[in-house]
Design a protein around this ligand. Structure first.
Ligand code: ADP
Ligand code: MG
Length: 241
C-alpha cells in the first residue's frame, strides 16, 4: 500500500534519508524505533507528502507523492497524528471532528455528527463532545486527534510519538486505545519509544539509524533475537529501558 523507493531526503547539506526503501502492506501494526534525529519523523512526513524528496519516489496506493495533484488523496489515505495536537479552540470536540469530513469529503452535517459520535465512543470520549481544547487533558486531546484522523477513514494511520508529551498515566490511556485499535485490525505505522507497547502490538519492527534501515523484522525476530544479538540494537534498547 505504501512503497518508499530509493528516496533521498536532505535539509540543506544534511542528508537525513539516504537511498532509503521500504514497503508497507495493508495489514497490522509496524513500529518504527531508533535514536532521536535519525529520520523517523521525516520518513512519515515524506510519506504524507509534507516534505519533498530529492530523489526516488513514494507511492501510496499507486499514487506518487511527486505529483501535486495526488497529495490530497494520499493524505486522505494516510491519517497522521503528531506529538501534540491543537484542536481549534473556538470549536467544541464534535465541531472539530466534523470539520474535515464536511469540508473535504462533502459529508452532510447530520451524517458527519453521527460518524463523529461513533469515533468518540471508540476512543472512549463520548461524554466530551461539547468540551473545548482547554477542558481536555493531554491524553484526551490525543485520543480526540486519533478519532479526528479515523473519521476520515484512512487506509493507514501514521502516528509520530503521540505519547511522548504525556505524563505516564495519560500515555497509558492512549497506548491502551492503540492496542484496542490494533486488535480491531487498524493498519498503523507507529513511531514510539515505548518498548513494551511495541512488543505487544507490532507485527513488524523497523529500526532506523543515521537515515538507514538497520533492521526490518517480525516482532518475534526483533524481540527474541535482534534485541540481544544485534549489538547496535541491544545498546539502543538498553539505553531507553
Ligand atoms: P527523528 O524523528 O528520528 O527524531 P527527524 O526526522 O525529526 O528525526 O530529524 C532527522 C534529522 O533532520 C535531524 O538531524 C533533524 O535535526 C533534522 N531536521 C528535521 N526537520 C528539519 C527541518 N525542517 N529543517 C532542517 N533540519 C531538520
Ligand atoms: Mg521524530
Amino acid at each position: 500500500m505504501i512503497e518508499v523507493k530509493n528516496i533521498t531526503k536532505r535539509y540543506g547539506s544534511l542528508t537525513v534519508l539516504r537511498d532509503f526503501s521500504v514497503d508497507f502492506d495493508e495489514s497490522g501494526v509496524t513500529v518504527i524505533l531508533g535514536p532521536s534525529g535519525t529520520g523517523k519523523s521525516t520518513l512519515l512526513r515524506c510519506i504524507n507528502g509534507l516534505e519533498s524528496i530529492e530523489t526516488g519516489d513514494i507511492l501510496v496506493n499507486g499514487l506518487s507523492v511527486l505529483e501535486k495533484r495526488n497529495l490530497r488523496s494520499i493524505r486522505l489515505n494516510c491519517g497522521m497524528v503528531f506529538q501534540s495536537t491543537i484542536l481549534f479552540p473556538h470549536l467544541n470536540v464534535l465541531e472539530n471532528l466534523i470539520l474535515s469530513p464536511m469540508k473535504l469529503l462533502g459529508v452532510k452535517r447530520s451524517e458527519a455528527e453521527e460518524q463523529a459520535r461513533y469515533y468518540l465512543a471508540k476512543v472512549g470520549l463520548a461524554s466530551k463532545e461539547e468540551a473545548r481544547h482547554n477542558e481536555l487533558s493531554g491524553g484526551e486531546q490525543q485520543r480526540i486527534a486519533i478519532a479526528r484522523a479515523m473519521i476520515m477513514n484512512p487506509k493507514a494511520l501514521l502516528l509520530d510519538e503521540i505519547t511522548s508529551a504525556l505524563d505516564p498515566e495519560m500515555s497509558v490511556e492512549v497506548l491502551r486505545l492503540l492496542e484496542k485499535l490494533a486488535s480491531d485490525g487498524v493498519t498503523m505505522l507507529i513511531v514510539t519509544h515505548e518498548l513494551s507497547f511495541a512488543q505487544k502490538v507490532a507485527r513488524r519492527v523497523l529500526f532506523l539509524e543515521g537515515g538507514s534501515l538497520i533492521a526490518d523484522a517480525s516482532n518475534e525476530v526483533f524481540f527474541n533475537d535482534l534485541k540481544f544479538n544485534n549489538e547496535r540494537i541491544a545498546r539502543f534498547l538498553q539505553h531507553i529501558n
